[in-house]
Every structure is written in structure tokens, then in C-alpha cells.
Design a binder for this molecule. Sequence first.
Ligand code: TXA
Ligand code: MG
Length: 315
Amino acid sequence: MDRNTDCLAADPAGIDRASELLAAGQLVAFPTETVYGLGADARQGAAVARIFEAKGRPRFNPLIVHVADLATAERYGHFDHDALALANAFWPGPLTLVVPIRAEAGLSDLVTAGLGTVGLRVPRGDVAQTLLRRFAGPVAAPSANPSGKISPTRAEHVLDGLAGRIAAVLDGGAAEVGVESTIVGCYDHPRLLRPGGLPIEAIEAALGRSLAHAPPGGTPNAPGQLASHYAPDAALRVGAETAEAGEILIGFGPQASDAAFNLSPSGDLVEAAANLFEMLRQADVLGRPIAVSPIPEHGLGRAINDRLSRAAHPR
Ligand code: TXA
Ligand code: MG
């Protein structure tokens, strides 16, 4: 695409325009409560193919389909008892459910990468909700970053990575949650495919039992578990109590008062998740190795640690 990317205000006129562009098979980045998504009409194969082209993404990664509500989601996937319980408890919200696809779903094969399952999500953000209702169709959307780069939590981040490659971005300000949705597979017994913005503890409480975990390194069903999925350009060291010479420290909690950045000076994991990608970007542009303080492994800390360990994986 050799034309400019429009930055649309998240007002009725901007949302109308975004909806028209999607209907015309164009790519539109839009805010959700987790991160910005790069949207295309999930029924139009050529539009979905443009997502992979714009991101430079390996083809075997299936995409999440965004819809306005559970009733719409049920047109595309089969929801068993557990999937219904989770959808009712947490939608709209930062949870993606991977369920068996309906034969008559009418989604592009590229969306599912031929897996026989489909990832469905009902985002909670006002702008995303308004856009999905206005468009009145399924929107396939990975995070709106070039493949292998940090997920965008602001419209400016989207433009940094994809300007000139997509038709438009809807500017809804900073994403509220800041890390991607938690992904749960409901095609046999409920299985954690990716930790994310909805804490696992909340999901297990709603199910009344433990989630099965995907084997380390991912399975063919979760190809998104590629090792270095969320990487800054700089080398990254996790679990760092202090910075070594030359390193930039991204701290967490009151004990990291000397750090160049602090994900949450008060030690709040929700705040830390919201700041994670932005601070990784800010540290990355300084061109020095990055060290990150230990993050507790509970609640949103699990999603944060998952993203950090991927970013730290040698490439
Ligand atoms: O919060 C989010 O989930 C954001 C916003 C934009 O909604 N989206 C997002 O998409 O993070 P993406 O493409 O960066 O990650 C989607 C993950 C991938 O790891 C992909 O492999 C997995 O979802 N996925 C999608 N459909 C799947 C399926 N049918 N089976 C297994 N994994 C699936
Ligand atoms: Mg992504």
C-alpha cells in the first residue's frame, strides 16, 4: 500500500469511516482494552491476507476474530458448557476463547490457519464496541505491530510500525489493560493457551476447577506461542535486582526507586501491565541493554513474566 495512513478520531465520523474501510477490504487499526488490533473483515480472504502482508507475519499464525457480543460469537463457533460459562463471566473483556469453528461460519480460511478451531473475543473498550456494532461483522485482528515487535498500546505506536502499510488507525488513546487477552482453548477440557490481561485465578474461580496448561513451547494448536514474539531490539535481562554497568533498569515496586523506569512504584500489577509495552519501547530507543526487576508470578504478573521471557529469548 503506497498511500498514507489516516489517523481517525474515535468519534462517530471516525468510526463510520473505519467501518466503511473495513467493508471495502481495507486494514484499520483500532483500540481495544488490551492493545491496538489490526483489523480486517474476517470474511474477506484478500483483506485477511493483507494483515499478514502488512505485519510481515508467518502465515501459520491464526487470528483472533472480534465480535460485539456472545450471540454473534455463537454464529462462528460452538460453545460448550465451559466456554459459555467463561463468556458469560468475562465478556466483554480481555479473554479470547478458542472453540470449534462452525462449518457455516463463512470466515476466511486464513483466519483459522485451517485448524478447525476459531479464536473469538468480545473486547470491552468503548471504541472497539462501537466499531464492531457499526460494522456488524466479524473483525479479524492480531496486535497492530510488525511481526516480532512489541504490541502497540497507543495509536502513535501503530503508526511507528505500520504507517503507509494500512489504511487507517482509529485513535482511542492509551489502552487500558496494556497486555493482550488471556487465551483459553475450549475444544476438549479448558486449556490455557496464553496468559494475558484476565488473571488465571479469576478464570479458574469461574470454572470451579483448574485449567490445563499447554505444553511448554506451545502446540500446533497454539502457534502464537513462538519464542520471541514480543521483542524489543535491545537485549533484555529479567529478574534483575539491580542494573549492571551500561544497562537501563525497568523497575517494579518501591524498592526500585533508582530505576530509570518503574512499571509501578507502588507494586500494583494492574498498573505494571498497563505500562509494560510503553516502557519497553521507551527503554529500547535508548539503545542500551535492558534489565527488568523481578515481577511476582500471580495475577497479571504471569502475563507480564510471559511477555518478558519471550522478549528475553535469544534471537
Ligand atoms: O488482546 C488481544 O488478544 C489482541 C487484541 C488486538 O485483541 N490480539 C492479539 O492477537 O494479541 P495476536 O494475533 O497478536 O495473538 C493472537 C494469538 C496468537 O498467538 C494465535 O496463535 C492465537 O491467538 N490464536 C488465534 N486463533 C487461534 C486458534 N484457532 N487456535 C489457537 N490459537 C489461536
Ligand atoms: Mg501480537
